[in-house]
Design a protein around this ligand. Structure first.
Ligand code: 6PG
Length: 240
């Protein structure tokens, strides 16, 4: 495994501006090659600044949103208007401010009509299969955050989901609020053409050191599994 691609910044704002520029470039390259750009958004708070940057007129107008297809790496199993919802955060900061066609935005199903989280996970897997076909799911870009415990998406330490090799989406129960979540499993995350992991603040620095340690244990620090995407994963780190 070559040395990890770690890019450090003083602040999350500086990191977000640079990541936004990189996404503009990746989107243009994907559209030139394949006529579309597929992205899986991260949840949590870290990506907010990035999403706001992407929605700013100076950046927004440099992306052909008519060719962008938006998916999610994970979702809390709450209604989409719940303050904890990742799609709500993405709508507030990005999707409500860019002209991406609504039928090209694919939230994970958490509405009450989904009988339970396992069925919702299977429903999202069908959505992904309808779009990507039967072969490996290959996103142009997967955005991810990093928890202080080394989790990413909703793949938490010691989770059986870490060993899932067939399903692309699973429901998990975590020691988090809310506990029930839907998450992509490692194969679609690691299989992406590019993976951007964003971590900001000193508490994430410690987690990142464990994740990037030569002998990192994926069961303890799940984000370490992303290093299998050698050469395709970038770790974006802000000290503050
Ligand atoms: C989520 C995310 C999760 C997040 C990390 C970091 O749904 O919360 O998928 O993996 O990226 O927990 O969260 P913060 O960015 O809020 O620190």
């Amino acid at each position: 495994m070559s040395s990890d691609d770690v890019r450090s910044f003083d602040t999350l704002a500086d990191l977000s501006v640079e990541v936004a520029q990189q996404i503009v470039t990746l989107a243009a390259e994907a559209m030139a090659r394949r006529g579309r750009f597929t992205i899986a958004l991260a949840g949590g708070q870290t990506p907010r600044a990035l999403y706001q940057c992407l929605a700013s007129p100076a950046v927004r107008d440099r992306i052909n949103w008519a060719r962008v297809h938006v998916f999610f790496g994970d979702e809390r199993y709450v209604p989409h208007d719940d303050p904890r919802s990742n799609v709500r955060m993405a709508r507030e900061t990005l999707l409500g401010h860019v002209p991406c066609p609504p039928d090209q935005i694919h939230p994970m199903p958490t509405s009450t009509f989904s009988a339970n989280a396992d069925e919702a996970a299977m429903e999202y897997e069908r959505t992904l299969r309808d779009f990507f076909g039967s072969g490996p799911l290959v996103f142009d870009l997967v955005l991810l955050g990093l928890g202080t415990d080394g989790h990413t998406a909703s793949l938490f330490p010691h989770s059986p989901a870490l060993r899932e090799e067939t399903s692309q989406v699973v429901a998990v129960t975590a020691n988090a609020d809310p506990p029930v979540r839907l998450t992509l499993t490692l194969p679609p995350l690691i299989g992406a053409l590019r993976i951007f992991v964003m971590a900001a603040g000193p508490d994430k620095q410690t987690a990142l050191e464990h994740v990037l340690a030569p002998d990192a244990d994926v069961d303890l620090y799940p984000a370490a599994a992303l290093r299998a995407a050698d050469g395709r994963v970038t770790w974006w780190v802000a000290r503050l």
